[in-house]
Design a binder for this molecule. Structure first.
Ligand code: ADP
Ligand code: MG
Length: 238
């Protein structure tokens, strides 16, 4: 990692306030304090303007705030958490030997694979390793992937199974936890599973919880998992 760039980003992110935009104006990723590696890959992937949820969530995440984000399907929540995930690990000078730095929990295999594909596209200029723990493979084979990975994208049941049955699985250094589609995770009956996962994880971490809807059970999960969160919502009529 580039020490000079990291020092600059730390300074910029600490005080960054997104500009107030006039109607029809949008914030570009290149206006945000992001690393050259992330910006370069976003550009190749043709992501230039941030969506509304990205404009609101990314600056707060870069400031190391916990986030409770609500925005409907299709609003761009994936980059809203993947961009800051990459930035957090980069700014922490994370390398392969540092182990698991970020854990992303998704309700289904299909959604986990979609997140992984986006991560591959926008994370390709970084040197982090990433893997999927979704139960599609043999347990033993999946287990091999656990040691090496800096970023894991998981379904709740399979993740807890590895926490319980793979003693080599180390997550004590974890810096970032993402709960994506939290409403669906709960609708699918994973409340106890997620609570057990939370019990296992270090408290000294960032947590970003995203949901399409804000239900009472999402609120309960937010209280269990987030510390002094910022609320970010994008409304239907936006
Ligand atoms: P959500 O998770 O909120 O349902 P996604 O993250 O899956 O939404 O994004 C929905 C679609 O919008 C995807 O096809 C994605 O590629 C596209 N998208 C996301 N962010 C941007 C952006 N900043 N610019 C252009 N397209 C984007
Ligand atoms: Mg999504």
């Amino acid at each position: 990692p580039d020490q000079v760039e990291i020092a600059r980003l730390e300074k910029q992110c600490a005080t960054y306030e997104p500009p107030t935009l006039a109607d029809g104006q949008t914030l570009q990723f290149s206006d945000m304090p992001l690393s050259r590696r992330t910006l370069g890959a976003l550009k190749v992937a043709k992501y230039t303007e941030a969506t509304e949820i990205q404009q609101k969530a990314i600056p707060l995440a870069l400031k190391r705030r916990d986030i409770l984000g609500a925005a409907k399907t299709g609003s761009g929540k994936t980059l809203g958490f993947l961009v800051p995930t990459l930035e957090m690990l980069y700014r922490a000078r994370w390398t392969r030997v540092d182990g698991l730095g970020a854990l992303i929990i998704s309700p289904t295999r299909e959604l986990a694979i979609q997140i992984f594909d986006v991560l591959r596209r926008i994370g390709g200029h970084h040197e982090f390793s990433a893997g999927l723990i979704i139960g599609g493979k043999e347990f033993e084979e999946e287990k091999q992937a656990l040691y090496a990975m800096n970023i894991l994208i998981c379904t709740p049941g399979r993740l807890l199974q590895h926490m319980d049955q793979s003693p080599e699985f180390e997550y004590g250094n974890l810096k970032v936890l993402v709960l994506d589609e939290a409403d669906r995770i709960l609708d699918m009956g994973f409340k106890n599973t997620v609570n057990a996962i939370l019990q296992n994880l270090p408290k000294d971490r960032l947590t970003w919880l995203f949901s399409a809807t804000q239900t009472k059970s999402v609120g309960d999960l937010a209280r269990l998992s987030l510390q002094d969160p910022e609320y970010v919502a994008v409304h239907e009529d936006a």
